[in-house]
Design a protein around this ligand. Structure first.
Ligand code: SAM
Length: 329
């Protein structure tokens, strides 16, 4: 039986943040100050996440994406991932990572049953990467991407957030990667989340602008029919290109009417919509000894309060307090 919300959206996808910690400090993601990390005891334990996923799967969740913070920094991640594979009803486990630890972990991720990998990368220039992330290890990320390719992950999705005046001059270079590699390069519009001390409406490069920039240099984009995943990207291909170019446009062309997601935050709250602060605490009931029927009730409640859509157009300049790393980006 699928899980259906009051607006007839089928909800089958749970994004799980396993940690709020990250080994990078991306300028648009982390606030410059006041970022308090969760204490160890506040973060959901693996067995609590496993229980929640198992209950959610009985209701119709079939896809789980592991994220963070940086998921690969959490200790004992691989055995936890392997423990999700046999959960009845879960058919797809994927992960979003910054790639810094991928070189050493790609094989383990594959063996643990990870089906798909998304890698976040905002620059192809090592010095600029350092400026954005605070790390001079661009080469390590790139080696991680190549290792993932040789381990058989396909397609490899590379997510880039263009920020005006920071890395928007690299949009074409990222698109060019799809000419002779099977990468799916996706351009994601910057959202007003997290680094609210740095958010500025003009920093967001719209998907239309990104598309125009690509087409001006590399020619027209053709709709791609064979892109995998039922996600929010609109997918295209360059003539003769082996890979796919996707645009994810939460700001200029929201996809709320087809949203299939719930999120589980690192501190144990179900967040029905990324761009709404409404959350339902599942950690306290679990730690208080609740039965699975209470978790079912809370998951169904999350569906009832899932907003119809986000309201950023009506509230330009609005900014969400919780960082992506706590919510589960
Ligand atoms: N550490 C992992 C990674 O880098 O992929 C997972 C967590 S990270 C928060 C997930 C994604 O959120 C990254 O692709 C990052 O670029 C994106 N992100 C963070 N803040 C964002 C914002 N304000 N707008 C759009 N995307 C954002």
């Amino acid at each position: 039986m699928p899980l259906v919300d009051p607006r007839n959206r089928i909800i089958d996808y749970l994004r799980v943040s396993v940690t709020d910690r990250c080994n990078l400090s991306c300028a648009y993601c982390k606030p410059r100050s006041g970022m308090r990390l969760l204490s160890h005891g506040d973060v959901l334990r693996y067995e609590e996440i496993h229980r929640l996923v198992t209950v959610a799967a009985t209701l119709g969740i079939s896809h789980v994406r592991i994220t963070g913070g940086e998921p690969l920094v959490r200790r004992d991640l691989l055995p936890f991932l392997a423990s999700l594979r046999p959960v009845p009803g879960i058919t797809d486990i994927s992960i979003t990572t910054n790639g810094l630890l991928l070189e050493e972990m790609a094989e383990g991720l594959r063996d643990a049953g990870i089906c798909r990998l998304n890698i976040s990368l905002d620059s192809l220039k090592p010095a600029r990467f350092a400026g954005i992330t605070g790390s001079d290890e661009w080469g390590r990320v790139w080696r991680g991407i190549e290792k993932a390719e040789t381990c058989g992950f396909a397609p490899i999705k590379i997510n880039m957030v263009p920020v005006r005046g920071v890395n928007d001059d690299e949009i074409v270079d990222f698109a060019r990667l799809t000419l002779d590699r099977q990468f799916h390069v996706r351009f994601i519009e910057l959202m007003p989340i997290g680094a609210h001390d740095r958010w500025d409406t003009d920093s967001c490069v719209s998907s239309e602008e990104a598309r125009r920039a690509i087409e001006e240099v590399l020619g027209p984009l053709e709709p791609a029919s064979d892109a995998t995943g039922a996600g929010p990207a609109r997918n295209f291909r360059l003539a003769g290109g082996r890979g796919v170019i996707g645009f994810i446009s939460p700001i200029t062309k929201h996809f709320c009417e087809s949203c299939r997601r719930l999120r589980l935050t690192a501190d144990g709250r179900i967040r029905p919509c990324l761009l709404s602060d409404t959350e339902i605490d599942v950690k306290s009931p679990m730690r208080g000894g609740c039965g699975d029927e209470e978790l079912v009730r809370l998951l169904q409640l999350a569906l009832q309060v899932k907003p119809e859509r986000h309201y950023l157009a009506e509230a330009p300049g609005a900014c969400f307090e919780r960082t992506m790393s706590k919510i589960g980006g």
